[in-house]
Design a protein around this ligand. Sequence first.
Ligand SMILES: Nc1nc(=O)c2c([nH]1)NC[C@@H]1CN(c3ccc(C(=O)N[C@@H](CCC(=O)O)C(=O)O)cc3)CN21
Ligand SMILES: CC(C)C(=O)C(=O)O
Ligand SMILES: [Mg+2]
Length: 282
Amino acid sequence: MRKKIMIPDLYAKYEKGEPITMLTAYDYPMALLEEKAGVDIILVGDSMGMTVYGLDTTLPVTLDMIIRHAQAVRRGAPTAFIVGDMPYMTYQVNKDEAIRNAGRLMAEAGVDAIKLEGGREMAETIAAIVKATIPVMGHIGLTPQSISQLGGFKAQGRTAESALKLVEDAKALEAAGCFSILVEAVPPEVNKVIVETVKVPIISLGSGVYGAGQCLIVHDMLGFFDRFTPKFVKKYANLNAEIVKALEAYVADVKEKNFPGPEHVYPMSREEVEKFLAELNK
Ligand SMILES: Nc1nc(=O)c2c([nH]1)NC[C@@H]1CN(c3ccc(C(=O)N[C@@H](CCC(=O)O)C(=O)O)cc3)CN21
Ligand SMILES: CC(C)C(=O)C(=O)O
Ligand SMILES: [Mg+2]
């Protein structure tokens, strides 16, 4: 088994120019497969609200949901670096609540770090969480918990003014003590400047090749989610089609009585069958 990945291992990769790989996982079977494939960072994302629970946004996801799913992911991926996503309103109210909730994710779920959305306005909260011994990954650009203010899931930093603000946000997050920052759905030109401005490793989700590594939502890249496909997704498989093919074959087999076959049932000796029927007819 691979050695447990810790923050210094991520930094060593970054310094060597070896790209860091990151994917979401929400359950034990997917975590097992990602561990097997050698994924460095597994994010137990609040995107589970949409990919696993069929909700329209990430806002209804609760801390208890993230904790339960992160526990399952931890069992499947003992050596991956696991990041637990802080759900909507578990860190925005005040620093004390943010520390307590981040601490629950660390202690109850066994994650290695937490992630929360926001720029400058979250810097003080992040500094407080880091001071409480909890590593924080920042998340700027498209921040899905702000969907109402953003007016939809739209790429960010596409004007000079908003791009400048993103660079300031990244600086503030670094100063607050984030060990890494995820930059979502930002033009590559802007992400490049962020990468060159801050020292901490930048993970790109839909923000081009610059930075320390890449992230995708696993259900998107496996073709296991159909409601929409962000422009930044590359589909590495079409699981939906594979699964439907298997399900249709099962439905047809049952209807045509081709399943179960003799190999799927528990045998009884002829002697016992005869005894059974004789007793029954007495
Ligand atoms: N399955 C899944 N994948 C994701 O990447 C993801 C989620 N769920 N849930 C939360 C957010 C939403 N995300 C998204 C959604 C859409 C775009 C996108 O490409 N939007 C288009 C159209 C936007 C519009 O104008 O309506 C764009 O060009 O920005 C990007 C990220 C990223 N996150
Ligand atoms: C979009 C990624 C980075 C995320 O926050 C999630 O999966 O919840
Ligand atoms: Mg999230």
